[in-house]
Ligand binder design. Structure first.
Ligand SMILES: NC(=O)c1ccc[n+]([C@@H]2O[C@H](COP(=O)([O-])OP(=O)(O)OC[C@H]3O[C@@H](n4cnc5c(N)ncnc54)[C@H](OP(=O)(O)O)[C@@H]3O)[C@@H](O)[C@H]2O)c1
Length: 270
């Protein structure tokens, strides 16, 4: 599996499975099991998703050594203390450590939760810490107070939400950007430009969108609860989008290359 090296020295796979809006229980267990069988080694969950128990069960029952799997969860920023909440996540996941623990979004400002995140590292609860839905400005504010710099910023990213300036700010800060909703939560799969490129490359729309994000240098975490799609989404390492296809996809951006993680109204771009 291709990986990116994080600022804490660990390696994050460039492709993983996301499990937002996947029910705790059989649905999550099956999705994670199928993904691990397919070769995925990165699983992305969150305290807010309510499915950490099933993610942990599927990982344990896979028989794959824990250290071969990169496990991310996210601090729900409605909570008070990120370190305490990390302990509860570990209990639910039934594992000894996290590979990555992210602040899910900058509710209450970009800095207040960070000391608790750093305390989670110091207590050995997680190897890495990072952020999600932070703008370039919020990232810079955090950088000023951080003893441990964030390793990852997980952001909404696809050709339609191509936050070019935000990704560049992450690169400058040595923060790996990770693409969530790479398929637009399914909305971008029917786009005619994506369909045309898919046909020309002999791949599917989902594969084109995932490949585009990988070629932009991001780690990408598509979600599916269907085994055939989980397999399909992983089959993106045998082709490359050429410059013309990349340029056409870049042209779909609706964010004007923003450095923001959210639109000004606080709502998602689309
Ligand atoms: N940090 C954050 O604030 C945040 C926010 C959103 C998402 N995320 C993370 O990013 C992950 C992915 O984002 P997402 O869940 O918004 O959606 P996504 O990966 O962009 O798209 C998932 C949707 O596309 C469908 N799909 C997946 N593969 C497909 C394929 N090959 N062909 C046809 N349809 C396909 C899925 O349906 P089925 O499941 O029915 O197959 C689902 O409806 C999340 O699960 C979560 O881990 C993080």
């Amino acid at each position: 599996m291709n990986t990116r090296v994080l600022s804490n020295g660990t390696e994050i796979p460039v492709l993983g499975l996301g499990v937002w809006q996947v029910d705790d229980g059989v649905e999550t267990e099956q999705s994670v099991t199928w993904a691990l069988e397919t070769g995925y080694r990165l699983i992305d969950t969150a305290q807010a998703y309510g499915n950490e128990v099933s993610v942990g069960k599927a990982i344990r029952e896979s028989g794959i050594p824990r250290e071969e799997i990169f496990l991310t969860t996210k601090f729900y920023p409605g909570g008070k203390d990120a370190r305490v909440e990390a302990e509860k996540s570990l209990e639910r996941l039934g594992t000894e450590y996290l590979d990555l623990y992210l602040i899910h979004w900058p509710q209450g400002g970009p800095t207040w939760a960070w000391p608790g995140m750093e305390a989670a590292v110091e207590a050995g609860l997680t190897k890495g810490i990072g952020i999600s839905n932070f703008s370039a400005t919020e990232l810079q504010e955090l950088g000023k107070i951080a003893q441990i710099q964030p390793a990852v910023n997980q952001i909404q990213f696809s050709p339609f939400e191509y936050r070019k300036a935000l990704v560049e700010a992450c690169e400058e800060a040595n923060v790996v950007a990770q693409a969530y909703s790479p398929l637009g939560t399914g909305r971008h799969l029917g786009d005619p430009v994506v369909a045309r490129i898919a046909e020309a490359t002999g791949k599917t729309p989902a594969q084109v969108l995932i490949r585009w994000a990988i070629q932009k240098g991001l780690s990408v975490i598509p979600k599916s609860t269907h085994q055939n799609r989980i397999v399909e989404n992983f089959d993106v390492f045998d082709f490359e989008l050429d410059d013309a296809a990349v340029a056409d996809l870049d042209g779909l951006d609706k964010t004007h290359g923003t450095a923001d993680a959210l639109s000004q109204s606080g709502k998602w771009w689309s």
